[in-house]
Design a protein around this ligand. Structure first.
Ligand SMILES: [Zn+2]
Length: 556
């Protein structure tokens, strides 16, 4: 455990705005900065970073915290990991707490990585050079070589006071008839790192001797295959900045893409993508380009994985490279602009899937079952994702676009009770939160500063409440109130009075909390209303492609 003093020392040495600013586009505001919230989707910034208290708060989704929680939540790391990352950043050295005689798992894997790196001489180097990797790549991606000997690593780690038990637990060695021996032998080694950049496992590509072509570390206390993506530690910032990730199958594919300038690439370390990996990717960007191998195993993996990604809210595009090449082969012989061309031509999931089913659909023998499979599979997606490509689906199946739309709409109505018709908005009376907002604006200057006129126009529906709120943020409050009394504008005064009453009922809440909760209620109501509007348009086939994508974003 790191002491409280050190945690405070790290916090004092850094500015939260710098750290958050690297991940969220921030603009200056009165008490610090604000920007679009990284924790929920929004179009107008409600995420605030306060430099005086070194904290953040989102008025939209209530996320709040300090620089450590920010890192933990946005990068999915533990508290000690966040402390370590920020300590490095601040140039503060963390004290090493080690049990005497026992090394930490990270420490041991680091030792193993260094051991493998040192063994990378002549023949393995030739292999890597043949794959067009030079000395700087070998260093950058910490590549190494596990010698084709019985127990070279075991001997080395024993000399470094690592116990046999630890080596086995970390999947570096296994017990055989003649004692402990190295798990990886005769292989080029790719260290697998966690998001904080620490080695947690290895992947080995056989170049000498016998065995499986690829061998990975087994699961351990610190390595969970389901959760990791190869090179994510180097890719996460690029994914965020470029608002897209590129998902590939192999180590070499990911490395080649990084070398060619596509540093948003990660590899899934297995044929099909897990829920956890999809969830992790969705945290960094909404769009994912899948570029798996074009052999049948790769294509099967593509199909499975793309639905996993889409269900986690990602927009999936499937990239097909010419001549059935994988990204590594393709970029070894083509300029990187050629890959960009392939990205541009990538097919959205629905189009890709329809294409993949085309042959079976047009074959009279398989037509019926293929149609069933096609429609049932697509019906698991959000209806607007499918309807965005209804004419394509119509062309491939021979069913008219209106029939297609009818079928998917009726299914979505059965499964989505949320798409109920709009509740009646009572004419004349404002929403309670609108009244409450007017009251808060009238009584507190802090509220007036935080709410801009355009936000009022977007959030308030009732004409009187709108006028009251607008006047309060734009004019002098006291003279405005006086004017309303003198002109006997009872409707406006009544809104304020009802608002006072509602605010008084929010017992035990501070002014700021009342403001936040009122604001959030109005935002949610606004969002729900927009979703209803767009869904109605969609049902009447009047939605434009822009409105479809807006609906997709709102539903996330
Ligand atoms: Zn938020």
């Amino acid at each position: 455990m790191v002491s409280k003093e050190i945690v405070e020392q790290i916090r004092d040495a850094l500015d939260i705005a710098d750290i958050i600013g690297e991940r969220v586009k921030l603009r200056r505001s009165s008490r610090g900065y604000h920007g679009l919230c990284p924790f929920h989707h929004e179009d107008t910034p409600s995420f605030h970073v306060y430099t005086d208290t070194q904290s953040y708060y989102c008025f939209g989704c209530h996320e709040a915290g300090n620089v450590f929680t920010f890192l933990m939540k946005t990068e999915n790391v533990s508290f000690p990991e966040a402390v370590k990352t920020l300590a490095d950043r601040a140039g503060i050295e963390l004290p090493k707490y080690e049990h005497p005689g026992e090394r930490s798992a990270y420490d041991i894997l680091d030792l193993a990585a260094k051991f493998y790196a040192e063994k990378l001489s002549d023949s393995p180097r030739v292999y890597l050079e043949r794959r067009k990797l030079d000395a700087s790549d070998i260093t950058r991606y910490s590549l190494g070589y596990a010698p084709n000997s019985w127990d070279a690593l075991v001997k080395y780690l024993r000399s470094q006071k690592v116990s046999d038990k630890q080596m086995q637990e970390l999947g570096l060695a296994q017990e055989g008839r003649y004692g402990l021996y190295d798990k990886f032998r005769g292989r080029v080694m790719f260290p697998i790192r966690d998001i904080a950049g620490r080695v947690i496992a290895f992947g080995g590509r056989l170049i000498d001797g016998e065995g499986a072509k690829y061998l990975n570390s087994s699961e351990s206390a610190i390595y969970h295959k389901r959760k990791n993506l190869y090179l994510l530690d180097r890719a996460r910032n690029a994914i965020r900045e470029r608002k897209r990730s590129i998902l590939v199958e192999g180590y070499m594919d990911a490395i080649r893409l990084h070398k060619s300038g596509y540093s948003e690439a990660v590899a899934s370390l297995g044929t099909s993508l897990t829920q956890e990996q999809a969830e992790t990717l969705s945290r960094f960007a909404d769009r994912c380009y899948m570029c798996y191998d074009s052999d049948s195993a790769g294509q099967n993996a593509t199909r499975q994985s793309m639905f996993t990604l889409q269900k986690h809210g990602l927009d999936v595009y499937v990239v097909s490279l010419p001549e059935g090449k994988d990204p590594d082969e393709f970029l070894a012989t083509n300029p990187s602009e050629a890959f960009e061309e392939s990205l541009k031509k990538a097919r959205p999931l629905v189009v890709y899937y329809v294409d993949a089913m085309r042959a079976k659909v047009s074959d009279p023998l398989t037509h019926k079952s293929a149609m069933k499979e096609l429609f049932m599979t697509l019906s698991e997606l959000e209806v607007y994702e499918v309807l965005a490509h209804k004419s394509y689906l119509s062309e491939a199946t021979g069913i008219s676009p209106s029939k297609i739309e009818e079928w998917f709409m009726s299914r979505s109505k059965q499964s989505a009770p949320t798409d109920t018709p709009a509740p009646m908005e009572v004419k004349g009376a404002e929403h309670p939160s609108e009244a409450a907002m007017c009251s808060l604006l009238y009584h507190h200057v802090e509220c007036r500063i935080s709410l801009k006129a355009d936000a009022i126009l977007a959030l308030m529906r009732n004409p009187t409440a709108r006028l009251v709120a607008l006047a309060l943020v734009m004019e002098n409050v006291d003279s405005q109130y006086l004017l309303w009394t003198q002109l006997n504008e009872t409707e406006k005064l009544a809104v304020l009075a009802r608002g006072d009453e509602i605010c008084a009922r929010m017992k035990g809440l501070s002014m700021a909390e009342k403001f936040r909760s009122t604001y959030i209620t109005l935002c949610d109501r606004n969002k729900a209303r927009r979703i209803r509007e767009l869904t109605a348009k969609l049902q009447k086939s009047e939605a434009t492609p822009e409105e479809l994508s807006e609906l997709m974003r709102l539903k996330r």
